[in-house]
Design a protein around this ligand. Structure first.
Ligand code: NAD
Ligand code: DAU
Length: 351
């Protein structure tokens, strides 16, 4: 978006901001709500979440009675509800709500198109109608597609999504860009790499492998385990979103990463070592269709324009995360024994 006129969103620490957070009952959204309530005593949050399989109000139990926080169960594709909420007085929309799992998008792309594309458009329209101050679209590095063995994604890298999930996220990014260009809507976009941390749904690699290892179950590694991901602790991601809200330029996209590339196999072995479990739990299974080989993030822009830098080392972050799943067994056991058990069964019987 280099050719577009840029301006800073004039937010200062002392300005009271009213946030509409969508998808706040999921993994990153719930971490973000905790982070913002802790960081900004003057800000208020309305959390709009439809509570799909991935939404879990247990993630927010400790703050459910905080007077600065309100939960609304509802869908971002519900135009009437979204207009009503934004019309009540919202300064900033932070859009996390999405279908987020690549494997599910391979099985059925329809919910991804509805939520990730149509839902974003409903939110953008409401933002326009009520002239909000900022629309932050929480996007992903997967919109850039896959890297070979060298190079990194910059914000200038062409969008080349390879999965139905990332194609829908890229579509939403382009809609945000169009609303900025055409309607002057103050948008910003962030594109973060793979997150790990507390409250992550155990269909994703790290919580799946930690909880399977705790149960002494096999750990499915797709293909030869040589695919590379760039891992960031979710608290660093949440801080980055806060920095972009406050200091990022309107109309711009910001990559977010932690300069921490790992092959899946190295990552799995490192976690098994932390847990004192045998590598014999590893089971190589059929590869994911269209599996992106490698993601890596160039952080130069966010660091130079907003002053953000990741703080949590991978070693410390992994240990804390493993510990969290050890100490919150009832949280993941409830999920793994519920309707997710059928999905897991279906998914892994096909591999
Ligand atoms: P998640 O699947 O854990 O949570 C998604 C949340 O959105 C859930 O609470 C779900 O109930 C809610 N939701 C889904 N459809 C909805 C709808 N139609 N209306 C209202 N709420 C709905 O996802 P996550 O891992 O926390 O990811 C959050 C966002 O961050 C997503 O937009 C994702 O693309 C992006 N992202 C994730 C990662 C990652 O590593 N997990 C990295 C970069 C970007
Ligand atoms: O890069 C950001 C993206 O990271 C986000 O946009 C997505 O929402 C998020 O789900 C994540 O996508 P990935 O596909 O990279 O994450 P996942 O945890 O599903 O897989 C990580 C890697 O591990 C990937 O190379 C596939 C592999 N994998 C995954 C699972 C679930 C396995 O080898 N075995 C598994 O059982």
């Amino acid at each position: 978006m280099a050719h577009l006129e840029k301006g800073r969103y004039p937010m200062k620490e002392d300005i009271k901001s009213r946030l509409l957070v969508t998808g706040g009952a999921g993994f990153i959204g719930s971490n973000f709500i905790h982070y913002i309530l802790g960081e900004h005593p003057e800000w208020t949050i309305t959390n709009l979440d439809s509570l799909t399989y991935a939404g879990n109000l247990e993630n927010l139990k400790d703050i459910e009675n905080d007077p600065r926080y309100k939960f609304v169960k509802g869908d971002i594709t519900n135009r009437e509800l979204v207009n009503q909420l934004v019309g009540q007085g919202i300064d900033v929309i932070v859009n996390f709500a999405a279908e987020s799992h690549v494997d599910r998008s391979i099985m059925d792309a329809s919910p991804f198109i509805r939520t990730n594309i149509e839902g974003t458009q409903v939110l953008l329209e409401a933002a326009r109608e009520y002239s909000i101050k900022l629309f932050l679209q929480v996007s992903t590095d997967e919109v850039y597609g896959s890297l070979g063995s060298t190079g990194k994604f910059s914000e200038e890298t062409s969008l080349a999504p390879n999965s139905p999930y990332s194609a829908c996220k890229a579509s939403a990014d382009l809609l945000c860009r169009a609303y900025y260009h055409t309607h002057g809507l103050p948008i910003k976009i962030t594109r973060c790499s793979n997150n790990y941390g507390p409250y992550q749904f155990p269909e994703k690699l790290i919580p799946l492998l930690v909880t399977n290892a705790l149960e002494n179950k096999e750990i499915p590694v797709y293909g030869d385990g040589m695919n590379v991901r760039d891992w960031i602790h979710t608290e660093d991601h949440c801080r980055a979103l806060d920095f972009v809200i406050q200091h990022g330029k309107v109309g711009e996209a910001y990559n977010v990463g932690s300069d921490n590339e790992q092959t899946n196999l190295d990552l799995v072995k490192a976690i098994l070592d932390i847990m004192g479990k045998s590598h014999d739990l590893i089971k190589f299974v059929t590869d994911r269709a269209g599996h992106d080989l490698r993601y890596a993030i160039d952080n130069t822009k966010i660091e130079s324009e907003t002053g953000w830098k990741p703080r949590i080392s991978f070693e410390e972050g992994l240990k804390n995360t493993v510990n969290w799943y050890v100490q919150n067994e009832s949280w993941w056991r409830r999920i793994k024994s519920g309707e997710y058990a059928d999905y897991y069964q279906q998914m892994y019987s096909q591999r």
